[in-house]
Design a protein around this ligand. Structure first.
Ligand code: GLN
Length: 310
């Protein structure tokens, strides 16, 4: 909805949807938020239980105090650094609306690169094994974004994911139930377990693929991230140990035992981690040297590992 960002705040007895959005956009911009207009629209639409289109169509509607009070609370929280997705309780990933809460990392567009590459590799595997179901393990379910996105693109998958946070696992279960049309009707199964993936999942193998967006931020770097991330997103989903590579070490050494011959692993990485991952892979002789794929910003974002042949 177009609006002049420097519109002065109107007098309080004239609050309409339009004037309230103008005021909030101005307030958010002053606070340094880069998506001031979008955030104002998303939060007001949420508070009034309207779509953004309905906000526009009803822009001259006056809002009484009872309607403005819940919005004011959301505006305060957003201005103090809460991510919009947590205030809305929802984030879209791969065109799927997903419940999110501070128990899970907010799914990011970067991670769509991992899904894209996984879809390409899994399709290729399926073309070579037309009679078989494809078995995929995931470390760190979070909101369930990655398995649900894969299930929305592909059929005949058995996806098993594990998550150490019980709150995150319960939330992922709700997203799974919400998107039940991606499972049985598409001949997919999705299983979300609570616990350490590398302890729980090997017994369910062998798998054809492992996928993960593991925590990969070096521990000391976390406080330097944007406050939205550092203060509000779960440390468990970010903290990759002293050098950020703890989970990659575990995955590279522990997954070969539960992968089928020629098994593959696709992992999201931090934009500066390609050299470290290349070096790390060289110390794990069961893996060929990895290929890397870039995200939309042109950063290396996905590492693709293939087991060496016999
Ligand atoms: N991409 C996230 C961030 O930089 C980190 C996700 C992760 O550690 N897996 O905020």
């Amino acid at each position: 909805m177009p609006a002049d960002p420097v519109t002065p705040p109107p007098t309080p007895d004239l609050w309409t949807i339009e004037t309230l959005l103008g005021w909030t956009q101005h307030f958010f911009s002053e606070k340094g938020l880069t998506t001031a207009r979008l955030d104002a629209e998303l939060l007001l639409a949420h508070a009034l239980r309207l779509s953004r289109l309905e906000l526009y169509l009803q822009k001259d509607r006056p809002l009484d105090e009872a309607e403005r009070a819940p919005f004011r609370q959301l505006v305060r929280q957003r201005a103090s650094g809460w991510p919009t997705a947590y205030l809305l309780g929802e984030q879209e990933f791969w065109s799927l609306p997903l419940e999110v809460s501070p128990a899970v990392l907010i799914p990011r567009p970067d991670t769509e690169t991992l899904v894209e590459q996984a879809v390409v590799r899994i399709r290729k595997w399926q073309a070579a094994h037309p009679q078989s179901r494809c078995r995929i393990a995931e470390l760190g379910t979070g909101s369930g974004a990655i398995p649900l996105a894969l299930a929305s693109e592909l059929q005949n998958l058995d996806l098993i994911s594990a998550e150490v946070s019980p709150d995150a696992q319960a939330l992922a279960e709700r997203n799974r139930a919400r998107h039940a049309d991606l499972a049985a009707p598409r001949n997919n199964t999705l299983t979300f377990l609570c616990g350490d993936a590398l302890t729980q999942l090997p017994a369910q193998g062998p798998f054809h693929f492992w996928v993960a967006n593991p925590p990969y931020i070096p521990r000391d770097t976390i406080p330097t991230l944007q406050p939205e991330v550092a203060l509000h997103e779960p440390t468990l989903a970010l903290d990759g140990g002293a050098d950020g590579l703890d989970l990659y070490r575990r995955l590279l050494s522990e997954t070969p035992a539960c992968l089928a011959p020629e098994g593959e692993m696709l992992l999201e990485i931090g934009s500066d981690q390609q050299p470290a991952l290349t070096e790390l892979a060289a110390t794990h002789p069961k893996w060929q040297s990895p290929a890397f794929y870039q995200d939309l910003a042109g950063h290396p974002r996905v590492a693709h590992f293939l087991l060496k042949g016999p």
